[in-house]
Design a protein around this ligand. Structure first.
Ligand code: 13P
Ligand code: SF4
Length: 359
């Protein structure tokens, strides 16, 4: 990774066009690549002029992903990088909760998101009032919020976690002596994490006596919430079975926002960054990704020697709101600025900082 404190020079239009043509020709016609190259060149010129840094999530569409971010990564990586940059402006090419995390970690910087429509079904599934109610139901039980939550929910939480460190955060709390942990809002990530650390999962509506299994383990539970990612909820076990039957040498890689049945039937599960690394290093000739499809395109462009099976084309509609056109307009008009109540920022910073110190 480049040193985040030093921003790289922006490349020439010829260099951008040549690289985009080389990597995108199987995905779009040449005239469209050239239009996108012009946009990318202008964005890169402007970002250096304005001392702005662009952070791009791994789900950005291929033309944007490969041309304008100074750094790409998963939620954890981008949050960390945001704390190291010397830029005055952070442009977050990702969804709202990610841009909010960058603002919480950098309250004195200007943080921009190119579209105000880039939400997330998980972040929308829970409110700060819901968390307060749960805390009343379970006094003294620590609350771990997935980073896919809005700032006011984080402000009510004890720890944050991402898909790459959820089990580490829960284990850390267990080591601190907490047998019960509230884990919000992704039901599937909570169930997958409970499986990984070897404890039971239950919903707040379920009485404790309902928990089955070894009496020792019954003591330890992860209490979840009924949030789902609208993208990862679409994968079905039959899809995996069909691929295994037809192409037995395929490795199947799933994001932990998929259901526990999907994760159990896969060969590997990890954050978007971990999935990218897995495909990069696997010896298998072909792979199937159970995550959103633009990341599939980005991984396929990077690994031409391996075959990616295209089972489906499930695009995150929220990530899809972030375009090169809107990124350019965002820089030109300095929009849309992430604005958060300073009290919320102060409270929401604690769970993020705690996460960053233990992982
Ligand atoms: P990562 O932190 O793994 O990049 O995941 C973010 C996300 O929203 C996946 O749907
Ligand atoms: Fe949210 Fe799912 Fe989109 Fe990720 S893929 S941003 S969890 S809706």
């Amino acid at each position: 990774m480049n040193d985040p404190t030093v921003l790289q020079e922006s490349p020439s239009i010829d260099a951008i066009r040549a690289e985009m043509r080389a990597r995108l020709s199987s995905l779009m016609p040449a005239f469209e690549i050239d239009i996108k190259a012009e946009l990318a060149f202008e964005i890169n010129r402007l970002k250096r002029q304005m001392n702005a840094v662009i952070l791009g999530h791994n789900y950005m569409e291929p033309a944007l992903y490969m041309s304008v971010p100074d750094y790409t990564g998963d939620s954890l990586e981008l949050a960390r990088i945001s704390t190291q940059t010397g830029a005055d402006i952070i442009v977050f090419c990702g969804v709202q909760f990610m841009a909010e995390s960058a603002k919480i970690l950098n309250p004195d910087k200007t943080v921009l998101i190119p579209s105000q429509k880039a939400g997330c079904s998980l972040a929308a599934s829970i409110t700060a009032d819901d968390v307060r109610r749960l805390k009343t139901m379970y006094p003294g039980v620590p609350v771990v919020s997935y980073v896919n939550t809005y700032a006011d929910v984080k402000a009510e939480s004890d720890y944050c976690c991402t898909s790459s460190n959820a089990a580490k955060v829960v284990k850390h709390l267990q080591d601190e002596g907490f047998d019960q942990v509230i884990f919000l809002p992704d039901e599937y990530l909570a169930r997958n994490t409970a499986d990984e650390v070897g404890v039971e999962f239950l919903f707040p509506s379920q009485p404790r006596g309902h928990v089955a299994g070894d009496p020792e383990n019954m003591k330890r539970v992860v209490i979840g919430w009924e949030g789902r990612c609208e993208v990862h909820d679409k994968f079905r076990l039959e899809d995996i079975e069909a691929v295994r039957k037809q192409f037995p040498d395929t490795v199947i890689v799933a994001h932990p926002e998929c259901s526990p049945e999907i994760v159990a039937a896969s060969d590997y599960s990890g954050s978007t960054k971990q999935m990218i690394e897995y495909v990069r290093t696997t010896q298998a000739p072909r792979y199937l990704l159970l995550t959103e499809c633009s990341m599939g395109d980005n991984i396929a462009a990077e690994n031409p020697e391996k075959e990616m099976l295209r089972l489906c084309s499930i695009r995150c509609p929220h990530m899809n709101e972030i375009t090169l056109e809107d990124t350019l307009e965002g820089l030109q008009k300095i929009q849309y600025e992430v604005e958060l109540d300073p009290d919320i920022v102060e409270k929401a910073r604690q769970p993020i900082d705690r996460m960053l110190t233990i992982v």
